[in-house]
Design a protein around this ligand. Sequence first.
Ligand code: 5GP
Ligand code: ZN
Length: 136
Amino acid sequence: MEECIFCKIIEGKLPCWKVYEDKSHIAFLDLYPAVKGHVLVIPKKHYAHFSQIHHKEIGNFIEAVQKVAMGVKKAMKADGINVFLNEGKAAGQIVFHAHFHIIPRYENDGINFSVGRDSYLDGEMLMMQRKLTDSI
Ligand code: 5GP
Ligand code: ZN
């Protein structure tokens, strides 16, 4: 936790370009934006992973994410917005303080976050549906 750069930002020990703050969250510019206007929204309380966020706090977090996303879209005159979160190293998480990415998108901006698609064999979708339903 001592090494968490986002906690340091919250504590004011590291600078950031803050664009939104409420009692429990802040949003600031990503230092290495995928697109200009790329913003990160984080809870002030340290949770390394999205999956750890307390169920009583998650609703407010998502509300803050929606508010920031709509504000970014408007301010950046974007045609669309990507809202995503990387959970775990395998998913691309490099900062282990849960955060949503808000990325303004434009028609024909040439960015492609989708990396090819897989497909299911016969019967696999039913198996998958059962497996997921049982676990959720
Ligand atoms: P992740 O890959 O963990 O989902 O995203 C971490 C994000 O934090 C990256 O998009 C990266 O550019 C951004 N980032 C890393 N270090 C800093 C920093 O010190 N300040 C800010 N504002 N963003 C950072
Ligand atoms: Zn932290």
